[in-house]
Write a protein that binds this ligand. Structure first.
Ligand code: LLP
Length: 423
């Protein structure tokens, strides 16, 4: 973090920074805040589409968008239109994607504890793939699949690879609730059990080693382990999961989706992966993070002895990532995007706890104060999707912008929405 103006490289592709405004997709951020209110999630449709297209062309058919990173009907349709399958992890995500009109034949179902009802719906609608995660699930599948209600599966395996990332989002190691261990023989046992169920077609294995990963070496190691493990099985797919990292702050650099895929293709060649096998992945963050940003309005500025607190009208309810993972973000003033940022503040939300910090050391122009609209870029992933109603704060609206127009894809929650749950 520094007193330099905000970096254009953290912005969505179509961002244009003027002296007194920023436009995304040809739409002024200041106007968006005035029209839709704050906090507001703004996504650049062109960035979303181009990241989806990049993934669709870098991997084989069946590559998916991990919808847990950001899901609404418009997002599911957009990813589908751009050629991706949609990966869902719960019955709720499955429901939203089905309601959006995306055909079941483009949906991949995950989950380490799929209920009977979730499995039943997946089988009934005929999903593209179901990724099997436990022996208990195998028994449930056995009771649901019939010769007329068939199921196409992958087996989720644990390769025993420790990805270099936060422990909460690391999943490839042995000590995990996800998948079947290659090392202990559980994965082999799962493969034989699933292959024997009449009506089930097993296409291959899947591994996801973690999230917000910058180094490709963990993926290469995983690919080698998966191929060594399955080369005699005659499978036709290998899915390496998601997890590609993105730059959130000025000094971070991440590989692009194409660079990630190219490194995987090289590794596939080195380990001798059969050319018939479809190489698949399911990125979430790398598709949506940089396309999105959050607009807030400053409501209080409070200098104390140690620092200055600047409070905005959202907080940990729309972005819990700083609190959960210590994630860093940057901020800029929508009216002064090219100005130096000499004012150091702790950017906080409106929630009733001291931990409600969005940016520990935020740098903003000296002009920024009460009433200013500020934006935090790179909040398109795991912000809205992990948003809560803590302190009964309604969730923000979400708008997509492009070609000089904005469209609201999720409206702002109201107090009535919250009250309607009362029994
Ligand atoms: N596939 C599987 C099986 C996953 O579990 C995940 C993420 C992905 C794909 C997509 O990963 P991505 O490309 O988005 O990194 N809430 C955390 C991230 C949790 C990721 C969970 N699984 C965060 O905000 O950093």
């Amino acid at each position: 973090m520094s007193a330099e103006p905000i970096l254009a490289s953290l912005m969505p592709d179509t961002a244009t920074l003027h002296g007194d405004d920023v436009t995304i997709g040809g739409v002024s951020l200041r106007d968006l805040a005035a029209t839709y209110g704050t906090p507001l999630f703004v996504y650049d449709e062109s960035t979303l589409r181009s990241r989806c297209r990049e993934a669709a062309s870098a991997f084989d058919d069946g590559v998916a968008f991990a919808s847990k990173s950001f899901l609404c009907g418009a997002m599911a349709r957009l990813a589908f239109e751009e050629g991706l399958c949609i990966d869902v992890a719960t019955g709720g995500e499955l429901d939203i994607v089905l309601r959006s009109g995306v055909p079941a034949s483009r949906i991949i179902v995950h989950g380490n504890n799929k209920s009977h009802d979730e499995l039943e719906r997946a089988v009934a609608v005929g999903v593209h793939r179901l990724v099997v995660d436990s022996f208990d699930e195998i028994e449930r599948i056995r009771s649901l699949v019939t010769p007329s209600a068939t199921l196409d599966c992958l087996i989720r395996v644990t390769p025993g690879v420790e990805a270099h990332t936060h422990e909460f989002v690391r999943t490839g190691q042995e000590d995990t609730k996800f998948g079947f261990s290659v090392m202990t023989g559980d994965a082999r046992k799962a493969i034989s059990l699933v292959s024997e169920i009449p009506g089930v077609t097993l296409h291959g294995v899947h591994a996801h080693i973690g999230s917000q990963i910058f180094e490709v070496d963990g993926y290469l190691e995983t690919m080698k382990i998966l191929w060594d493990f399955t080369k005699d099985d005659g499978f036709d797919e290998l899915c390496i999961g998601g997890g590609l990292g993105v730059a959130y702050v000025a000094d971070e650099r991440a590989p692009s989706i194409s660079q990630w895929a190219a490194a995987l293709r090289r590794a596939a060649e080195e380990v001798g992966l059969d050319a018939r096998i479809r190489l698949l992945a399911e990125p979430g963050r790398a598709i949506v993070a940089q396309a999105g940003m959050t607009l807030y309005r400053v409501g209080a500025v409070k200098p104390v002895t140690q620092r200055t607190y600047m409070a905005v009208d959202g907080g940990m309810s729309d972005n819990p990532r700083p609190v959960l993972y210590g994630s860093g973000y940057e901020a800029f003033d929508v009216d002064h995007p090219l100005a130096p940022r000499p004012q150091e503040v702790r950017l906080v939300g409106k929630h009733c706890e001291s931990g409600d910090v969005l940016i520990d050391e935020a740098w903003l122009p000296s002009e920024t104060g009460v009433g200013s609209v500020i934006a935090t870029p790179v909040t398109g992933a795991y912000g809205y999707s992990m948003a809560s109603n803590y302190n009964r704060v309604p969730r923000p609206a979400v708008v997509f912008v492009g070609d000089g127009k904005a469209r609201e894809v999720l409206r702002r929650e109201t107090f009535d929405d919250l009250a309607c749950l009362e029994a």
